[in-house]
Design a protein around this ligand. Sequence first.
Ligand code: FPP
Length: 256
Amino acid sequence: MVFNTKKIVTDQLDKTNVPEHVAIIMDGNGRWAKRRHLPRIAGHKKGMDTVKTITMAASEMGVKVLTLYAFSTENWKRPTDEVNYLMSLPTTFFSSFVPDLIENNVSVKVIGYVDQLPAATQKAVNDAVEQTKDCTGMILNFALNYGSRAEITTAVKEIAQEAAEGTLDVNQINEQTIDQHLMTKFLGNLAAPDVLIRSSGEERISNFLLWQIAYSELIFTDTYWPDFTAELFASLIIEYQGRHRRFGGLDPDKKE
Ligand code: FPP
């Protein structure tokens, strides 16, 4: 595949300030399809192609972790046909794309309640994780059957259990304890996204990475996910680079 992000990357993008962790709420597939008088699943199919484009663009740019919200714990409420189609997408996606991922040194990871997915979906995801486990470049992290409140609830239960068993002293519980019990634990110091992007004009977080985005820059774009391009992605990263992250402190040049 040929991606023409190179010029933008070279001309305008500050290569020394590429966000390490980019998280994306891929929204607008249904509306994209409706506008074209197509069934909603046509939007998801095109959205899957966009995932490939943006994965390659992010990897080429030097992003270390790309977390994509592919299916939430609330998405089961959708019509059965749509849910079934969404559940079939990982099989389609990975069967054609794993060789490209390996060629680009991208490893696949997953957060969410994977064991509740249909067996074929679990197999497709687990196979992709296994096949790419030796890749040392970007981590392509799919949130599948993921919900942040459920994730935090699970973490609280585990911590309470350890306290009840006496393996954890309640007075020792701190923010790191929480980090260690979230599904993003394996990302270590990259668990918090530097930037969260949402497509389609909606300006909501929708139960995505609530703990982890405490200090993330939020960027909303009107473009529907199926229309999202490598060029748009690069322009949003440039927008991120224009933000001043203070993490609750002051700008370095305003400190006196
Ligand atoms: C939100 O748009 C999108 C989803 C719920 C599904 C996202 C899935 C993909 C982009 C494909 C994922 C690919 C793989 C490989 C798992 P929406 O349907 O809510 O759109 P609407 O708000 O316009 O109705």
